[in-house]
Structure formats: structure tokens, C-alpha cells
Design a binder for this molecule. Structure first.
Ligand SMILES: NC(=O)c1ccc[n+]([C@@H]2O[C@H](COP(=O)([O-])OP(=O)(O)OC[C@H]3O[C@@H](n4cnc5c(N)ncnc54)[C@H](OP(=O)(O)O)[C@@H]3O)[C@@H](O)[C@H]2O)c1
Length: 330
């Protein structure tokens, strides 16, 4: 009999790729969302769409009845209360997978490991907040609910992605850099270019979610991120290769940036302290990651076909040009 999957969300980025991965692996898929975003599977008769808001228990229950899922992938649990309700409603499925985040880790260490690196605490105020500052604490609290549910016999697991990139990435974080590489021949990289913020290719996150649903241990969390990490400078070089562009990477330190009114943190995907997730636990389940050059080629192809340009992250090309002038006079 064909396995069935319910994806809570499913039409934008990670959820969308998860639906594709599930279809490629012969699942019957139901997506559950409010219908505010265009449904890329509208013409695909392998995908059933159930409309509703996940914060409405009866709507979530109706989605469960419609899908009769073996596995549930939860892409839209942003508050602990969402996870609390989901582990009750899906207490009898073979696998409920909550998308947590690398932001759930509460201590900077390299690498961050499941079961070893402490998670963020979460106050009752943070649990209900919508602030970005409370995102990590809320995700961590969701993880703890998953662990408690598993103690009570629920097949609940958690997956912690780092920064996700690839086709359909509406956050446009990588697009900023792809736009720079495609448009200019000199690209300012903050600092000495060696800082690392672990990233995860979206198709590998999608396969991780399915593999964890199928093979994961209830009550366990699994990090997901590219098996090979690249520094910010290497990422720009990889992007230039994928775009068949020749760019000069120009390092700008704190002082040169400050002279043009910029700081290191004005550049998206720059992070002072390295963020690295250990992915061995996931790999032990049989998960593999796409070679990064291939992942970047697909990202560039999709970026060029889209109208995304990452401009919301742009620190200002004029200021960058001033930095380049300052550096040229040194
Ligand atoms: N991007 C990253 O770097 C990153 C890193 C770590 C973790 N994550 C996690 O990944 C998840 C987000 O993935 P995604 O946005 O790419 O997933 P997605 O499933 O492709 O897109 C989000 C979906 O959720 C639906 N939705 C939003 N609010 C809803 C609600 N109240 N009830 C029902 N459906 C709702 C949206 O459609 P409608 O608006 O039509 O309802 C849309 O289909 C989050 O849990 C996030 O914390 C992301």
C-alpha cells in the first residue's frame, strides 16, 4: 500500500521541496495551509490540498481525517503551542517531524551537537511572542515538547536546519550574493572572508525530513546542513563559478567599512562567531548531502529565472563603492 504524508504548509520553500521529495519517493501527499500562497501543486493530482489554519484544532483534525497520514511533516510550528497541539492530534502516526532550527541551540560551540549542546531556555512570554529574538527559544521549547511526547509513546522527532538556501528561497539571503556576483566584477566581503555560517541545501533538508520520518528514533533531534561547509568567501567564489562570472573578492575590515558608514553585520550571511552543526547523526540514518557545486548551480539557475534580487539585504552599493575607493588608496 502507498504511504501517505501530510505536509503542514507545503507551498513556499522547504515544504514545497518536501512535497516534491515525498512524491519522488512514491508517497501520496496532502498539503494543509490557508491558501494564501499560490499552490505549485494545483495541477498535480497526486497532491490533495486541504485548506485551513494550523492554529485551528478542528481544521488540523479535518486535515488528518482527509489525509489519514502515515507521516506528518510540520513546516509551520513557530510557537510551542503549535507543537503541543500537533503531538496530541498526531499521537498515533508512524512519524511526526517538527521543523525546529539550529537557532534552538543556546550556547556557541563548534560544532553544535544534538543531545550535547544545550538548547535555549524559553520563558512563558517568549513562548507566545512573535519577536525574532524569541525565535530560538520558541523552537527549543518545541523540541522539548517533542521529547516529552516521545516519552509518552508518540513517534515524534525534530529536525534542526541551519540557514536553508536553494530554489524558491523567499528569504533572498543568498540572492543578495548571487546578485552581486552577477552584476559586479568586484564584490566586497566583510572581514577576512573566513567566517562560517553553516547552510543547508533545501533538497537535502527535504530528504532529511522524510528520512527522519521513516528511520528516526522518536524523541530524537537531527541537525541538517551541507556536509561540506564553505566560508563566506568560498561561497562567493562558488557562486561566481556557478554563474560563470569572474569576480574579485575584496576584503573589508571593520575600520574600512566604518569609514563608509557600514559594519560587518550589515552584510547578510555574515556571522562573527562560526555556526556549525554536526550532521553525523542524520548521515547515520542514510541521509546524504548534494555536492555544494551542484547545489549552487541549481540556486543560480533558479535565481536567474526568478524576480528575486536580495535587494532587501543590500547595504548600499554606493557605500560599498566608497569602501572600494578607500581600499584602493591604501
Ligand atoms: N529558511 C530557513 O533558513 C530555515 C532554517 C531553519 C528552520 N526553518 C523552518 O522552516 C519552516 C518554514 O519553512 P517554509 O516556510 O520554507 O515552508 P513551506 O511549507 O514551504 O511554506 C510555509 C507554508 O505554511 C503555510 N502557512 C503559514 N502559516 C500557516 C498557518 N497558520 N496555517 C496553515 N498553513 C500556514 C503557507 O501557506 P499559506 O500562507 O497559504 O497558509 C505555506 O504553505 C519554519 O518552521 C522555519 O522555522 C527555516
Amino acid at each position: 500500500m502507498t504511504d501517505s504524508a501530510l505536509v503542514i504548509g507545503g507551498t513556499r520553500f522547504i515544504g514545497r521541496h518536501t512535497v516534491e521529495d515525498l512524491l519522488d519517493n512514491d508517497y501520496e501527499v496532502t498539503i494543509f495551509n490557508r491558501g494564501n500562497h499560490e499552490n505549485p501543486f494545483a495541477d498535480d493530482d497526486r497532491v490533495t490540498h486541504v485548506e485551513g489554519d494550523r492554529t485551528d484544532d478542528s481544521a488540523l483534525e479535518a486535515a488528518k481525517s482527509a489525509a489519514d497520514p502515515d507521516v506528518v511533516i510540520d513546516c509551520v510550528a513557530y510557537h510551542p503551542a503549535d507543537v503541543e497541539r500537533a503531538v496530541e492530534i498526531f499521537s498515533d502516526v508512524d512519524g511526526y517531524v517538527y521543523i525546529s532550527s539550529g537557532a534552538a541551540y543556546g550556547r556557541e560551540e563548534i560544532p553544535k551537537r544534538e543531545g550535547e549542546t544545550p538548547l535555549c531556555d524559553c520563558t512563558p512570554e517568549q513562548a507566545e511572542s512573535d519577536d525574532s529574538d524569541s525565535y530560538g527559544p520558541r523552537k527549543a521549547e518545541g523540541d522539548r515538547i517533542v521529547f516529552d511526547a516521545a516519552e509518552n509513546g508518540v513517534n515524534a522527532m525534530s529536525v534542526r536546519p541551519c540557514i536553508v538556501y536553494g530554489p524558491d528561497d523567499y528569504t533572498e539571503r543568498l540572492d543578495y550574493w548571487l546578485d552581486r556576483v552577477d552584476t559586479y566584477d568586484r564584490v566586497v566581503v566583510p572581514g577576512d572572508g573566513t567566517n562560517i555560517w553553516h547552510r543547508a541545501y533545501v533538497e537535502d533538508v527535504a530528504s532529511a525530513l522524510r528520512i527522519v520520518a521513516e528511520e528516526g528514533e522518536p524523541g530524537e533531534a537531527y541537525n541538517v546542513g551541507d556536509r561540506r561547509l564553505v566560508t563566506l568567501e568560498e561561497m562567493v567564489e562558488l557562486a561566481a563559478d556557478a554563474a560563470d562570472a569572474s569576480v574579485e573578492v575584496v576584503h573589508a575590515g571593520e575600520r574600512e567599512l566604518a569609514a563608509a558608514g557600514l559594519s560587518l553585520d550589515d552584510f547578510i550571511l555574515y556571522r562573527d562567531y562560526p555556526h556549525v552543526l554536526d550532521t553525523n547523526k542524520l548521515a547515520a540514518l542514510g541521509w546524504e548531502s548534494t555536492p555544494i557545486a551542484e547545489a549552487m548551480r541549481e540556486s543560480v539557475r533558479d535565481y536567474r529565472a526568478s524576480d528575486r534580487d536580495g535587494s532587501e539585504w543590500d547595504p548600499g552599493r554606493d557605500a560599498e563603492e566608497s569602501v572600494l575607493e578607500i581600499l584602493d588608496t591604501l
